[in-house]
Design a protein around this ligand. Structure first.
Ligand SMILES: Cc1cc2nc3c(=O)[nH]c(=O)nc-3n(C[C@H](O)[C@H](O)[C@H](O)COP(=O)(O)OP(=O)(O)OC[C@H]3O[C@@H](n4cnc5c(N)ncnc54)[C@H](O)[C@@H]3O)c2cc1C
Length: 501
């Protein structure tokens, strides 16, 4: 098969994180073949300016661009992220908090013991099955270390980052422009369609026309091209993901400095993130406006953060769901224009990267339908994991939590995962059978379901002697591995010093 040649020209509408990430990737992939990449952003329409946590795919992105951590992290006040701590999502004794770790190459030494412990506990044996002791990145984060494997520890460790969204945008812009991406400041007022229904050009409010072979819609929740001009329907996820709003505020860093983790603390009608950067912490209450109004949400956030009642906050609305198809005619939607799952697992930038990379491959193969189907599967796969957080949480103290934990609007895939868990089946096999491990691995599913304490009640558990789970042995292994890792604060100061030098 002869691959389709790259487009001669690409126009990206939108200079948020999504637009600038795509500009860098397209320039890298197609710039050498003569494709011109132009990014248009409006000086009157701002970027959303939140989105401060990533998955490990952001590291792969910077690695691919050849941009080192010393180059970008200090400029973006960035810290390391070894995973997410969930606090208060369960009121079962012993399950008040758990950590969803990023994977490492040493997990196989302890993971099977954890899976086995969880399976025995599901079937009624009194064995320890809380996930935290079993995973290295959990220990790294809790011990205030950085997830950076030293040279004498030759086992790869996955990690993500926390960062200032505005500074990352500015850094990506500088890199892209330095590599040849054209940058235009213009507010697009009209989308001109050609006879075939493709986009012919974008017309700015001062009368300039921007024509191209291919357009990327990175215009944020407005979705100006994909929904506005091309009329692609938006499929909302409100049925089983209730949160539609957020209120955010910064706080000073805690006295023990930045830990390499995001925390997600359950609140009366949603949850509150805490993301430590090098200069401040970002906090945000993601909530459902059906269950709490914005003033009460702001008051709850301020109380949670220990702030005075008049502390300044910023309110945001969220449009959760995705466009039916991401690639329509000669337009690819990315970022918030493409879709948004609420930020519990911080997957938005990860989806931008997967979309742009998947798209360039599919463009060259000429496989639009296959690409659109794979993006839809990715959204649904991630959505199910996020839905499961709510459905299987163990608190019932407000209407929000009673509704979120009791509805039956679950996909068949998720129903099957939950059934496998509660009937004592092989969850690892089920995740592979469904071919959904690329979105969330068997480790992630086990950690969540066990982390919330989804087990028979203590009075129904039978002692098992001898216990097949030797927690002391697991702890010796995990804590021994963790000793190899440097302090988070030290690594961040080294990066800052390298920048200053
Ligand atoms: C509460 C909340 C928390 C989040 N947390 C996370 C997280 O932890 N991790 C994560 O990965 N993601 C997170 N996200 C998502 C993340 O913020 C976005 O995916 C990311 O910022 C990319 O946004 P964007 O570039 O698509 O849109 P935006 O930042 O909104 O940018 C839109 C751009 O389009 C331009 N534009 C729009 N209309 C026009 C026009 N007519 N003419 C010219 N220019 C135009 C604007 O000027 C702007 O440059 C979060 C989102 C929300 C709402």
């Amino acid at each position: 098969m002869i691959p389709t040649p790259p487009p001669r020209s690409v126009v990206i509408l939108g200079g948020g994180t999504a637009g600038w990430m795509a500009a860098n990737l397209l320039q890298q992939r197609w710039g050498g073949s003569g494709t011109t990449v132009t990014l248009i952003e409006s000086k009157d329409i701002g970027i959303i300016g939140v989105g401060e946590g990533s998955t490990p795919q952001l590291k792969a992105f910077f690695d691919e661009l050849g941009v080192g951590e010393a180059e970008w992290m200090p400029r973006c006040n960035a810290t390391y992220k070894a995973g997410i701590e969930f606090v208060g999502w369960s009121d079962k004794p012993g399950s008040e908090r758990y950590f969803h770790p990023f994977a490492t190459a040493v997990d196989p030494f302890t993971e099977q013991t954890f899976f086995q412990a969880a399976a025995l506990r599901r079937r009624g044996a009194a064995v320890p099955a809380h996930p935290d002791p079993f995973f290295l990145t959990t220990r790294i984060a809790r011990d205030c270390r950085a997830p950076l494997a030293p040279a004498n520890f030759p086992f790869p460790v996955q990690y993500g980052y926390h960062f200032d969204a505005y500074l990352v945008g500015a850094t990506l812009r500088e890199i892209a422009v330095g590599r040849g991406v054209r940058h235009e400041i213009a507010t697009i007022a009209e989308v001109v369609l050609g006879e075939t229904g493709d986009i012919a050009s974008l017309r700015s409010d001062d009368g300039r026309d921007f024509a191209a072979d291919l357009f990327l819609d990175a215009s944020g929740f407005r979705a100006t091209l994909i929904e506005g001009a091309l009329g692609e329907p938006h499929r909302g996820f409100g049925d089983n993901l209730f949160n539609d709003s957020a209120v955010v505020t910064p706080t000073p860093l805690p006295p023990d400095g930045a830990k390499a983790m995001t925390s997600a603390t359950a609140a009366s009608a949603g949850w509150i993130w805490h993301i430590p950067l090098t200069t401040r912490a970002g906090n945000g209450y993601v909530y459902s406006s059906r269950y709490i109004d914005r003033d009460d949400a702001a008051a709850e956030l301020r109380r949670h953060c220990g702030l005075p009642p008049d502390a300044e906050v910023r309110h945001l609305s969220m449009k959760c769901g995705r466009v039916e198809r991401s690639w329509v005619k000669n337009c690819l939607a990315i970022g918030l224009a493409q879709g948004f799952l609420e930020p519990l697992e911080a997957t938005a930038l990860h989806i931008v990267l997967a979309t742009v990379k998947g798209f360039t491959d599919a463009w060259e193969r000429g496989d639009r339908d296959g690409f659109n189907a794979s993006i839809a599967r990715r959204y649904e796969g991630i959505r199910d994991y996020v839905v499961c957080h709510y459905r299987m949480a163990q608190r019932r103290d407000t209407d929000y939590w009673r509704d979120a934990t009791s509805h039956d609007r679950l996909s068949d895939s998720l129903k099957s995962i939950i059934t496998t868990w509660f009937t004592g089946g092989d969850l690892e096999e089920e995740v592979h059978r469904q071919d959904i491990a690329a979105y969330y691995s068997p480790m992630s599913w086990h950690v969540m379901l066990a982390g919330y304490g989804n087990f028979p009640p203590p009075e129904k558990l039978q002692p098992l002697a001898p216990s097949p789970v030797d927690l002391a042995e697991v702890d010796r292994f995990v804590s021994g591995c963790a000793l190899n890792f440097p302090s988070h604060a030290e690594v961040l100061s080294r990066l800052a010093a390298a920048k200053a030098a």
